[in-house]
Design a protein around this ligand. Structure first.
Ligand SMILES: Cc1cc2nc3c(=O)[nH]c(=O)nc-3n(C[C@H](O)[C@H](O)[C@H](O)COP(=O)(O)OP(=O)(O)OC[C@H]3O[C@@H](n4cnc5c(N)ncnc54)[C@H](O)[C@@H]3O)c2cc1C
Length: 381
């Protein structure tokens, strides 16, 4: 067993750390307060190759793979988890979906632009009445000659406000229910498409979350992604990849919370000595570090399985996402507690980390859904 990162992986992860410190850190508090995405940073990350990490080189990506991507997501999330999720959506939910399920023509026409950040993308599965149960979605795609006519509203779409490319899921055969869903690639300038409500959120406020509205939106049949009526498998296969990104986001937020806490505990004096000398708090800090180590190991294992290409990693990515997100909750809770009243104030970074962490337990499948995925894969045979 080899736990070492290669020199290339170390270099690309270190580059993300430097980028985050230089380009994200100076703006994150202001953008969080204004609830504004850092689009210039996303574009710059694209130019540096960070939006095409799992795209093969022949389609314009860097092909660094999931392990390096996980490390990059940790570094970006430590500083700005909202911008980091934009990176995750592009790499996992958009690029991986097209790489795994797209036709040769689709890969050639979309991936080079997505991998370099010339185009930004989003993934629109959820609807008001279809969250944990995407099989019950109501939006429709009706075939009409060599086109499909799209109607319906998607909600809670990350990157929705500025995405050039939308991967969205529609019912193509209502009678078949979850087996009658298809995936499509839509460009933002298609008549009949509009960005709807912009959500006002508790955390990851430097990400954009919007409704996506389709009204008699006509697209070429060639924009079908994968086979007709196989959309749910495409969504679930893509989310296996996405959960690696979210697990990494959770680890990054927790690492930042631990670092803030160590710094604070050494400097804050009560009862005549630094908090760091109180054994009760030392134990909390030790537990935080152990929790993070376990999650990081699980995360890299799932990422390594994806890179090996030889095995399914549905269960492992669900385990990594479930553990890492709940771990991040525990760690951020302790971090805020050790900061006392100051942790509740916006002047201290742990206040934002505490808010940003919460979403990792919800999107790309709630913790309850991860448990269902894990149990189903154990009980399948
Ligand atoms: C900030 C943000 C960004 C998002 N980005 C995207 C995106 O880019 N693309 C996209 O398609 N979606 C996105 N989502 C949607 C997200 O994936 C869903 O919110 C999530 O899957 C949960 O669905 P729901 O909110 O409808 O909750 P519900 O499905 O209504 O669940 C409510 C509660 O019931 C529980 N529950 C539901 N079913 C079961 C069950 N069978 N067993 C046990 N418990 C169950 C859930 O775990 C949860 O606790 C985003 C959401 C947010 C908040």
């Amino acid at each position: 067993m080899d736990f070492k990162l290669t020199e290339d992986q170390k270099m690309v992860i270190d580059g993300a750390k430097k980028f985050a410190e230089k380009e994200l850190a100076p703006n994150v508090e202001e953008l969080d307060a204004k609830q504004e995405p850092n689009i210039p940073a996303l574009k710059a990350l694209g130019e540096l190759g960070y939006l095409g990490m799992t795209v093969p080189e022949e389609y314009g990506g860097t092909g660094f793979g999931a392990v390096a991507y996980a490390g990059v997501m940790i570094e970006l999330s430590k500083v700005d988890a909202g911008t980091a999720v934009g990176v995750s959506v592009q790499n996992s939910l958009v690029n991986d979906a097209i790489t795994m399920f797209g036709s040769e023509e689709q890969k050639k026409s979309y991936l080079p632009k997505l991998a370099t950040g010339e185009w930004l993308g989003c993934f629109s599965l959820t609807e008001a009445g279809a969250g944990s149960d995407p099989g019950s979605l109501r939006a429709t795609a009706v075939r009409d000659g060599a086109t499909f006519l799209l109607n319906g509203t998607k909600n809670f779409t990350t990157n929705g406000a500025f995405a050039d490319i939308i991967i969205a899921f529609f019912s193509t055969d209502r009678e078949k229910g979850s087996k009658g869903i298809s995936a499509f690639i839509i460009t933002k300038d298609t008549p009949g498409f509009a960005v709807g409500k912009h959500e006002n959120k508790l955390g990851i406020r430097t990400s954009s979350t919007t409704e996506m509205v389709f009204t008699d939106c006509r697209i070429p049949a060639a924009n079908l992604l994968g086979q007709e009526n196989r959309g749910l498998s495409i969504a679930l296969g893509t989310l296996d990849c996405g959960r690696i990104g979210i697990a990494a986001q959770a680890v990054g937020i927790a690492e930042a919370a631990l670092e803030e806490t160590v710094r604070y505990a050494k400097q804050r004096v009560q009862f005549g000595k630094p908090l760091a000398e109180l054994e009760a708090l030392q134990f909390m800090i030790a537990d935080m570090a152990v929790d993070i180590e376990v999650a990081r190991t699980m995360l890299y294992r799932a990422a390594w399985m994806k890179d090996s290409g030889a095995q399914r990693f549905t269960k492992e990515s669900a385990i990594a996402k479930l553990f890492a997100s709940e771990m991040s909750h525990r760690v951020c809770h302790k971090a805020l507690q050790i900061h006392g009243g100051y942790g509740f104030m916006k002047d201290y970074k742990v206040e934002r980390l505490y808010r940003d962490q919460r979403i990792t337990e919800i999107y790309e499948g709630t913790s309850e859904i991860q448990r269902l995925v894990i149990a189903r894969s154990l009980l399948a045979d």
